[in-house]
Design a protein around this ligand. Structure first.
Ligand code: NAD
Length: 494
């Protein structure tokens, strides 16, 4: 893929003499150099200035005028979905069928935002907000939004912040993950084709230092971040005294599934496999812990294990279920956690290994560990591994199962498999999570619903359907058309 540059003020600005460069190598094939990306830190500041300059003009347009731009963008996303899927697959290694789902979500997000989420910030008139005075609630934009993206959904997740930000009247500076710069560039190419006013959408390439510089920029009014808890925390710390910035932090997960003794076993097993191993476990919403009722534990574990052994792993062009991990560090972390699990007295039912395939890449096999003793302080039991690993627990006590669910510090998704609605209702009260699915696995969320978690998973600014809320500020007005009434002056004023 030909490197085009950062996208600033409506055009690509290549970096010729920059501060360094990084190589974007496909994790699915280490001989596939996708792009060499030079970066220049000054570009970050230039992009923020461009976004700041463009802001008022964009904010002054009517929602319908901005809708026109977004509809054009939607058509372009839809007509480029196949190409986008190819770029996503090369950059992340995920199979094409999966990348295509991501690519198709881009246009769908625009539809959902325009047809559903915009209603959350529709003007509302409140008669008699004060006696005989009408109140109005309106939502204004915030300014320049910095969007910092993760590698695992390099297009869909940043898009989930960018679209609501734009329709609400904000301008955007987007920094994609350094693992997936080609996806970022392809998105910018589509914005270029859609001919937004210059400066409304900007893209800068770079790694962590670039992200740090972007979030610290004085022109930035909001930081819409998707990534790990560790980086989210850093962003929070580094912007503590930037009082004017809103932070929407979508962070990690250590999601749990509870399978009770009355569950539909075929469904629970199938859904849990999808939850645990899809995207090679590289989803914030992946299942990493399964708590089984002892009555069904043997059957579940055996069938889950047999099915996990058969999952096909391979290059994105092949018809496989699972691609590689994103990079060498991810493989090392995955292997290290196999050892940590053993050291902490968890038994390897299926041990994860690096895998040598025809295409040299960061492929690993799925793994399963049996937890004999729940320990909230265990590093293995509480850490997000971000690989195809699942820990299996047993408990016949629902309160104890809920205690395990809530023990990791993260609080993104829980799934319950049971026919008993009362158990589900108990879980709704007890689980400290932002998403709780009933007879449906932890991953595969809907853009029509909010998406965000508690604890280390987020800062209570859920994205997806609710993203439009953090992209706006509610403005309250009292509108009084009545003439001055001298009989109503306050005591002591005449
Ligand atoms: P990451 O935290 O390593 O990186 C995310 C982004 O932050 C990258 O663009 C990176 O360059 C940037 N960054 C790094 N240091 C920075 C700094 N100091 N200041 C500003 N930006 C900085 O995450 P990742 O490995 O790309 O993605 C995986 C993580 O994302 C997992 O923890 C996963 O659970 C999480 N995730 C969360 C959600 C969600 O919606 N909650 C969705 C997808 C992924």
């Amino acid at each position: 893929i030909k490197y085009k540059g950062d996208f600033i003020n409506g055009r690509f600005v290549p970096v010729s003499k920059g501060d360094g460069e990084f190589k974007d190598i496909s994790p699915a094939d280490l001989s596939d150099l996708v792009m060499t990306v030079p970066f220049k830190n000054d570009h970050i500041d230039e992009a923020c200035v461009a976004a700041k300059k463009a802001y008022m003009g964009w904010a002054m347009l009517s929602v319908d005028e901005r809708r026109g731009y977004l509809m054009r963008l939607k058509e372009l996303f839809d007509s480029h979905a196949e190409q986008m899927a190819q770029v996503i697959s090369r950059d992340t290694g995920k199979p094409t069928w999966e990348a295509l789902t991501e690519a198709k979500a881009l246009g769908a997000k625009i539809d959902i935002t325009l047809n559903q989420s915009l209603n959350l910030v529709a003007e509302e008139r409140i008669p008699n907000a004060l006696p005989q005075v009408e109140g109005v609630i309106r939502y204004r934009s915030r300014g320049v939004m910095a969007v910092v993206g993760p590698f695992n959904f390099p297009a869909h997740l940043p898009n989930g912040h960018i679209i609501p930000a734009l329709i609400a009247g904000n301008t955007v500076v987007f920094k994609p993950s350094e693992q997936t710069p080609a996806v970022g560039q392809f998105m910018a190419e589509i914005y270029e084709k859609a001919q937004f006013p210059p400066g409304v959408f900007n893209l800068v390439q770079g790694a962590g230092a670039a992200g740090g510089r972007l979030v610290a920029n004085e022109h930035v009014d909001g930081i819409l971040f998707t990534g790990s808890y560790e980086v989210g925390l850093k962003i929070k710390q580094e912007t503590l005294n930037h009082y004017w910035k809103i932070l929407a932090l979508e962070m990690g997960g250590k999601n749990a599934t509870v399978v009770w003794d009355d569950a539909d076993m075929d469904k629970a097993i199938y859904e849990s496999l999808v939850g645990s191993y899809m995207t090679a476990g590289q989803r914030c919403s992946c299942t990493s812990r399964i708590i089984l009722h002892p009555k069904i534990a043997d059957e579940f574990t055996e069938r889950f294990y047999q099915a996990a052994k058969k999952l096909s792993i391979g290059h994105w062009t092949e018809n496989t279920f699972m691609g590689p991990l994103i990079n060498e560090a991810a493989v090392e972390k995955y292997i290290r956690f196999q050892e940590i699990a053993n050291r902490e007295n968890c038994e390897s039912l299926m041990r994860g290994k690096a895998l040598d395939l025809k295409h040299k890449g960061y492929y690993v096999t799925p793994s399963i560990h049996l937890v004999n003793k729940f320990d909230p302080n265990s590093v293995y039991q509480k850490s997000e591994i971000f690989g195809p690993n699942v820990a299996i627990y047993q408990s016949d006590n629902f309160d104890e199962a809920m205690n395990i669910v809530n023990s990791s510090g993260y609080g993104l998704v829980m799934a319950l498999f049971s026919k008993n609605k009362e158990l589900y209702e108990q879980a709704l009260l007890k689980a400290r999570v932002g998403l709780l699915n009933w007879n449906r696995t932890t991953n595969g969320s809907s853009s029509r619903l909010p998406f965000g978690g508690m604890g280390k998973s987020g800062n209570d600014r859920p994205s997806a359907h609710f993203a439009i809320q953090y992209c706006t500020v509610p403005v309250a007005s009292l509108e009084d058309a009545t003439p001055f009434d001298p009989t109503k002056i306050l005591p002591g004023m005449n």
